[in-house]
Design a protein around this ligand. Structure first.
Ligand code: PEP
Ligand code: MG
Length: 844
């Protein structure tokens, strides 16, 4: 029979997956000799068995719990259920992956009327908390019922709480300690599947079947008086990464008071005077923990009558800026290597640094200031509840979620909002922690903000605000501004530069950018792009001064008329290309010839100005334009279009070479090729058109974005100098999912229902689309060993897909300029992972 329960000081094989983050942390701290309360962990295995059986406790679990409880009684010298001075325990959730505040915890289990009777203040307070937490968690009683019954007089409050319990459940509050424990354990198992926990997992891409462990821990009391207290602390500042103890402390209180933001805590330094011995021990202990884990830690602690206990340690959630600073500092301190530093930065998190901030040159009036809880700036219409935030966010409106404080139930609104503003709570309040994890701007604890959520109004330093009124928040400074303020894109900071420099030394994949304008190209180089992997020429056709000429070209009744219009377009195209080549100063630039169906350049039927245009629009109409006359099909039907583009490219390359001395490495790319014969003809056309212009070096290649092109890659490679995987179209055509219609329709449903775990347009479908790519790589290189291979679909900037491209042996990935830093990092991690260097994660 499998074993389901382990004491903290017992060795267990299964590690974090089995014991959960909290459980493994407690076990490791016990081994390190860090002061932690005694207790045991019920494994995630037990939770999974419980869920699989539809809510039956696994066989033998009750007996195992009894045995471990007996041992805990021995260790502590107290008895569970004893009417005098009983053993009390907390029952805490703890999954393998950190899900802060998403699941339940019940404190003070084991108390009852008899043990509480005539007890000290803290005993009575503990009992009323037990009834409340147990009522909410085990019985699902609405928290507001208990909040409404808050009272100064504790015995009266206990009676009121018990009455609420009876009223809601039809039963008395259970007096049997073992019954309390059993039901608390079940409730924690159940809390794995609450809607808020599910929403959190979806957002963070955590699998649904991991389950949570349950930790049964001897209670220590931070609410015993002035010699007691509780707090949270980080080994470095989680916002900036600055070294040194950082945290909050609340005297005479229990842990959930801090987390829930019910009372506003003091900086942890406040402990130094009041509880100097415990403070010194805290400083020394977390220094040891950081040295042991070689990673920034986030701990929860309690002081009971002057004695320090650690309740949890985990690797700290931090902003990208803090992660980078801490990693760079730790390399300087000799704690970790450069490789380890590179491996531990989450590439997805870098997005945060590349978030907008308020333009420092703009002038604005700060209406109020709160805590700078999560960096970045955002503007949006204010909303006062998570549901409205979600609704309006789905409509594409920018919203700022404004709350007294947030709770885990607000998670869907926080996901939808551009930023979060709370009136209450500290740097470790729910809003602050969750927003930092999401990389969203958050200003917390803004005391000048008062709210009337029911009336949907707020007042900010006396100025009245209604739902929908626009505000701007700056989570880096804590400033709140009424109205919109100009935001600017940030530049790469020094720590990021350092880490990316290390990453560049370690990676094999090159990183290019998708850019259609000289401005994008310049941004791309600033972010470290080594070339342009995709320049979509159609965007140049859309510009206001070009569109009339493009329409002239499409409306042309014969080839001569069409050529005349194209001749007018040529100088524009040439100028565009010159700008881009100049910005890239001799680096490779892949230019794709016209791709979209022509009707995209025409007005709608209703807007057409005459019968001739209406007739042309009708003639060009197709039922499935994405599978219609587009890409190279267009180029073969109207060769003069591609001829003009090739001429413009070659002329531009020659002009820039002459002007700057840098010869651009031009790669001319044909889209949507399925057959060798298509590319054979287009290659001929390209060489012919180019040879009539100037001397310039260039390559001719194709996008690989159709399944047929993948499986016939050996033939297609005969005509190509390079392949670039267009995984947007390849995903669309391989899956038969319309890239225009799937999202927001059945694909959204698939993701919600778990038919698919990840959006294949976001993260490459490695086993399907990825396998087609593998075939194309193998067969293409069979024909041409030195065939240049890249990817320019959206996946080229998604960390997991970048790793996959590394293992496929591609030469480069290409993505939007803002994702270039992320791709550089992910490429280095892929190389390190191949060499066996992986990130370790700590705590939970
Ligand atoms: C692609 O299909 O992946 C691609 C990059 O081209 P586009 O998105 O322009 O169709
Ligand atoms: Mg495409």
């Amino acid at each position: 029979m499998p074993r389901y329960v382990y004491d903290f000081d017992e060795p267990a094989e299964g590690g974090r997956e089995l014991l959960g983050g909290k459980g493994i942390g407690l076990a490791e701290m016990t081994q390190l000799g860090v002061p932690v309360p005694a207790g045991f962990t019920i494994t995630t295995d037990a939770c999974r068995t419980y869920m699989a059986s539809g809510g039956e406790l696994p066989e033998g679990l009750e007996e195992e719990i009894d045995e471990h409880l007996a041992r805990l009684e021995e260790t502590t010298g107290k008895r569970f259920g004893d009417p005098d001075d009983p053993l009390l325990v907390s029952v805490r959730s703890g999954a393998a992956v950190s899900m802060p505040g998403m699941m339940d915890t019940i404190l003070n289990v084991g108390l009852n009327d008899e043990a509480a009777a005539g007890g000290e203040r803290f005993v009575l307070d503990s009992y009323r908390r037990l009834i409340q937490m147990y009522g909410e968690t085990v019985e699902g009683i609405d928290a507001r019922r208990f909040e409404d019954a808050l009272d100064e007089d504790l015995p009266a409050m206990i009676e009121a709480y018990k009455a609420i319990y009876e009223d809601e459940t039809g039963r008395f509050f259970p007096q049997d300690a073992r019954e309390q424990l059993g039901r608390a354990v079940r409730a924690v198992f159940e809390s794995w599947n609450t809607p808020r926990a599910q929403a959190y997992r979806r957002y963070n891409k955590i699998p649904d079947d991991l389950g949570t462990a349950v930790n049964v821990v001897q209670m220590v009391f931070g609410n015993k008086g002035v010699e007691s207290g509780t707090g949270v602390a980080f080994t470095r500042d989680p916002s900036t990464g600055e070294a040194g103890l950082y945290g909050e402390f609340l005297a005479d209180a229990q842990g959930e008071d801090v987390v829930a933001g019910i009372r506003t805590p003091e900086p942890v330094e406040a402990m130094r005077e009041r509880l100097p011995d415990a403070f010194d021990e805290l400083v020394e202990t977390i220094r040891r923990l950081e040295e042991h884990y070689k990673e920034m830690q986030d701990i929860e602690f309690t002081v009971e009558d002057g004695k320090l206990f650690l309740l949890q340690t985990r690797s700290a959630k931090r902003t990208a800026a803090a992660a980078l600073k801490a990693a760079v500092d730790m390399v300087d301190e000799g704690l970790i290597t450069r490789e380890e530093a590179v491996v531990r930065i989450d590439p997805g998190q870098l997005d945060q640094l590349l978030h907008p901030r308020i333009d420092p040159d703009s002038s604005y009036e700060v209406a109020a200031t709160g805590l700078n809880a999560s960096p970045g700036a955002a503007s949006g219409g204010i909303v006062f509840d998570a549901d409205t935030a979600e609704e309006r966010g789905k409509d594409g409106s920018a919203v700022i979620l404004v709350r007294w404080e947030t709770t885990p139930d607000d998670i869907h609104g926080m996901i939808a909002a551009q930023g979060i503003l709370t009136a209450h709570g500290g740097m470790t309040s729910h809003a602050a922690v969750v927003a930092r994890g999401m990389g969203k701007p958050c200003v917390a604890g803004c005391e000048a903000l008062s709210l009337d959520a029911a009336a949907k109004t707020a007042s900010l330093n006396g100025q009245k605000l209604n739902e929908g009124d626009v505000i701007t928040i700056d989570g880096g400074t804590g400033e709140v501004i009424i109205g919109e303020v100009p935001l600017i894109a940030p530049e790469i900071n020094e720590d990021l530069e350092t880490v990316l420099g290390w990453a560049d030394d370690l990676r094999r994949l090159k990183v290019r950018a998708n850019a259609d304008t000289p401005e994008d190209a310049a941004k791309a180089r600033e972010f470290g792009a080594q070339g342009i992997g995709l320049c979509r020429t159609e965007h140049m056709f859309m510009a206001e001064d070009r569109l009339p000429v493009v329409r002239e070209m499409i409306m042309a009744s014969d080839e001569d008329e069409r050529r005349a219009a194209l001749d007018k377009l040529l100088p524009h195209q040439q100028a565009d290309f010159e700008g881009i080549f100049e910005a890239m100063a001799g680096l490779p630039v892949t230019i794709r010839l016209l791709d979209p169906p022509l009707h995209e350049f025409l007005p709608s039927l209703e807007e057409a100005k005459d019968d001739r245009m209406r007739a042309r629009i009708r003639a060009l109409q197709e039922a499935n334009p994405m599978l219609g006359t587009r890409g190279c099909r267009l180029g073969l039907q109207f060769p003069e279009i591609y001829e003009m583009q090739v001429r413009a490219i070659i002329l531009a390359a020659a002009a820039v070479h002459e002007r700057t001395g840098d010869a651009p490495l031009v790669e001319i790319m044909h889209p949507l090729v399925a057959f060798q014969e298509e590319l054979r003809r287009l290659r001929e056309l390209t060489i012919e058109a180019a040879s009539n212009e100037a001397e310039a070096e260039y390559l001719v290649g194709t996008m690989i974005e159709l399944p047929r092109a993948c499986v016939r890659a050996d033939e297609i490679a005969e005509e190509a100098d390079f392949f670039s995987f267009g995984t947007n179209d390849l995903t669309q055509t391989a899956l038969g999912f319309s890239r225009d219609d799937a999202e927001g329709k059945f694909l959204t449903h698939y993701l919600q229902d778990g038919v698919l775990e990840r959006n294949p347009f976001e993260t490459l479908d490695q086993s399907g689309v990825g396998d087609l790519m593998r075939i194309a790589v193998e067969r293409g290189r069979q024909t041409k060993q030195d065939l240049k291979l890249g990817i320019c679909g959206e996946h080229g900037g998604e960390p997991d897909s970048v790793r996959f491209c590394h293992t496929l042996g591609l030469d480069y990935v290409s993505c939007s300029p803002y994702r270039v830093p992320l791709a550089r990092l992910a490429a280095a991690q892929a190389a390190l992972s191949e060499a066996g260097v992986e990130a370790v994660s700590v705590g939970g």
